[in-house]
Design a protein around this ligand. Structure first.
Ligand code: NAD
Length: 368
């Protein structure tokens, strides 16, 4: 089979090591010759940030972080960065914290060293997002891509089980959606599948034992691969749906991804048999006998459902505040942003069935 494709990998340094974040951060600050650092970490992430930044030349510690990165907050944080003559940003926290650092970098051009403490993956993309008046705007700019990412699974030990599962499935969604996203290619597909394998192996371990270091390492490694694949392949149907639901109905980010994913996979699976076989094999790594799916159903969707059920994952959007009467509005908002690359034609009826099933927590079903 001959191969022909165009692939882009974003350039950033990645340093990985359990208990090594402090040391790695100091190395990166020296590399950037940073003398006045702004540390961005939410109030709830302060303890994690203080643990690893005590040796840095910190000029400013910024603790106000809010989900969806409101513009008024960004403006204050940018002004503080300027008035303190900051020359580098260090973010320590989840996707909301990384998001604020990215918004500061967007106009100031300050380099970011990101230390992620969830599996959201924003640190590996050049995508920024901000909200104003309830409307979320996103854009792509290489200024916001962190220069370096420091991964340390010791910082994820405190993630509560619910957030571990939702955030881990948010990462898995990056892998799955990359299989059919607009810029999917053999390289980002390979990265996505290895990410899925690592997440499917690591997540069940950390759900059983939150302090399992190898399991935590696998989840963080998988989350990085997931985000790298997604950054390269672009946003597929799943992310378009979740973006609309989060923005228009204020649903929580990670949980929405966790619920919607199997329904999008069930829709697309029959049209991408090879990718589905590979995904099924990757997800199967987490099961005791190495096999996936329930007897009689060898689909990737069944493998994902088996994994989700073993993790006690959330199942219904109605549990997060979506109302049944919101569904027609959601359909109308999603339809115009459905990617042309989606392997299955997305009709209003299909989309409504998919969203209704995700809303009610029904078993995901393919249509063929
Ligand atoms: P989050 O950053 O809002 O964090 C959720 C909660 O977990 C917060 O209260 C936080 O303080 C807490 N937390 C973080 N790390 C912890 C830890 N180790 N232990 C205990 N508590 C911890 O949620 P998220 O899911 O990480 O990020 C979601 C946001 O990221 C969304 O706004 C989403 O749009 C954005 N995002 C952006 C991109 C991108 O490419 N731009 C990619 C993925 C996600």
């Amino acid at each position: 089979m001959s191969l022909s494709f165009e692939h882009v990998t974003l350039g950033q340094r990645v340093l990985f090591g359990h208990g090594q974040a402090g040391e790695h951060l100091a190395e990166e600050m020296a590399r950037l010759a940073a003398g006045r650092v702004m540390v961005v970490a939410a109030e709830s992430e302060t303890e994690l940030a203080d643990r690893i930044t005590s040796g840095l030349p910190v000029a400013l510690r910024w603790r106000e972080v809010r989900q969806h990165v409101p513009v008024d907050l960004v403006e204050r944080a940018r002004a503080a960065a300027t008035s303190h003559s900051v020359d580098a940003l260090v973010s320590v926290g989840g996707g909301s914290t990384t998001g604020l650092a990215k918004a500061i970098a967007l106009t100031t051009g300050l380099p970011i060293v990101a230390v992620p403490t969830t599996y959201a993956g924003s640190e590996a993309t050049n995508v920024w997002g901000m909200t104003e008046g309830g409307v979320k705007t996103t854009g792509v700019d290489d200024n916001v891509l962190p220069a370096s990412v420091v991964y340390d699974s010791a910082l994820t030990m405190s993630l509560p089980a619910g957030l571990t599962v939702a955030s881990g499935l948010n990462a898995l969604a990056h892998c799955v959606d990359s299989l059919w996203a607009p810029r999917a290619d053999p390289i980002n597909r390979a990265i996505a599948l290895e990410g899925a394998r690592a997440l499917a192996h690591g997540l069940p371990r950390v759900v059983v034992d939150a302090g399992d270091v190898q399991g935590r390492d696998e989840c963080l490694y998988g989350a990085y691969l997931a985000a790298a694949a997604f950054a390269s392949a672009g946003s597929g149907l799943h992310h378009k749906i979740c973006h609309v639901l989060g923005g228009a109905f204020d649903l929580p980010h990670a949980e929405t991804h966790a619920v919607v994913l199997p329904h999008v996979l069930a829709l697309n699976e029959p049209a991408v048999p090879e990718a589905a076989r590979n995904l099924r094999a990757a997800l199967g790594a987490g099961t005791p006998d190495g096999a996936a799916g329930s007897p009689g159903d060898g689909s990737a969707t069944a493998s994902l459902e088996r994994l989700r059920s073993s993790l006690g994952a959330p199942t219904a959007l109605r549990d997060f505040g979506l109302q049944e009467q919101d569904l027609p509005d959601a359909v109308e908002r999603v339809l115009p942003v459905v990617p042309e690359s989606n392997p299955v034609r997305v009709t209003p009826e299909r989309l409504h069935r998919l969203l209704r099933a995700a809303w009610a927590g029904e078993t995901p079903r393919s249509e063929s």
